[in-house]
Design a protein around this ligand. Sequence first.
Ligand code: BEZ
Length: 402
Amino acid sequence: MEKNEKAGYDRRGFLKGSTAFAGVAAAGTLLPGGLALAQSGKVKVGLMLPSTGTFAGLGAAITNGFKLAIDEHGGKLGGREIEYFVVDDESNPAKAPENANKLVQRDKVDIVIGTVHSGVVMGMAKVLKESGTLWINPNGGAGAMTGALCAPNFFRSSFSNWQTTHALGRVLKSKGHKNAVFITWKYAAGQEMMQGFKEGFENEGGKLTKELYVPFPQVEFQALLTEIASIKPDAVVAFFAGGGAAKFLKDYQAAGLKGKIPLYGAGFLTDGVLDAVGDAAEGVETTLHYADGLDTKKDNAFRLAYAKAYKLQPDVYAVQGYDAGQLFAAGMKAVKGDIGNRSGMIKAMESARIDSPRGQWTLSKAHNPVQDMYLRKVVGKENKVQGVAWKGLADPARGCKA
Ligand code: BEZ
């Protein structure tokens, strides 16, 4: 029943039509006198994440975190059970529209949760804007999603790429560094993190003297490390993540640069990889919206529950997945499970205050978290919090007209 009714419903209509009509139309069944039956049955959640390739571990942590949040509600939101539909996006932008359509057209999901890679985010955005499907992005930081392409049905529980490195400018300045080199993968995430850092550092009077790129997902760093050794900058700033980050940290040490030229980064450089890199990351300082040792009631409870459920320590990706679940739960609670009440869902989600393991956050007008950026330092196997590098940092949402 649900399938046929949904196929006939113009999902974009909720933006144009009256709230009452959109809610009733999506709920589907009209009773005599104009009363509507609330939606029943399972809510279909599409998980579009990488389960293969260099970001596979990130996809797994996001899935774990998301499911933990749902399980904390007894596996039901607004009284309705959750049914999962899973697509491995392989972190492959070329396949992103086709993969998103598997969830939207074939599986007819009610909401999409995904993904990790910024290039894949861009491919999803086109499909999800057209279909109007609710979307919570639990990682991929592509600025356009909450910038030029922002939309009422687009939400993020993570960060914009710009946010993750912007505060580093202050950090480097406070350490007395006057110039720096940025090294990263050549794709949207790397380029936008470079830009966020450049703006932050140059606002403080610093100079970004060189941008160095390797194609994604290559991990051949030797030639660029040799170049860094010859440039001798005051500092190096890097964005890599997952397996690529682990390889970079080890290569930086093997090239003899560790201890000679201080290494900084967006926190992804050292999150979720410390078990794999020995002492190669020791002392590396990064900025990110999560850290080890926050020692808050919420974070301690989350870490305990995560460790109990998965026999693993959570990382930032697990937190972002968990918060995607919390944001979804806030919407479902407000509409009492009637996810077809789209304006109700959107209103509740955009005004939610999320009690996150990272600390409380709210959404900007463009639906991107406004959040504290921590300075962290690798100490043993932890990204130990050193303080708040930027309180309540909001993405500038350039180009967002919604
Ligand atoms: C991205 O592509 O947006 C991304 C991937 C891994 C970690 C952080 C950002």
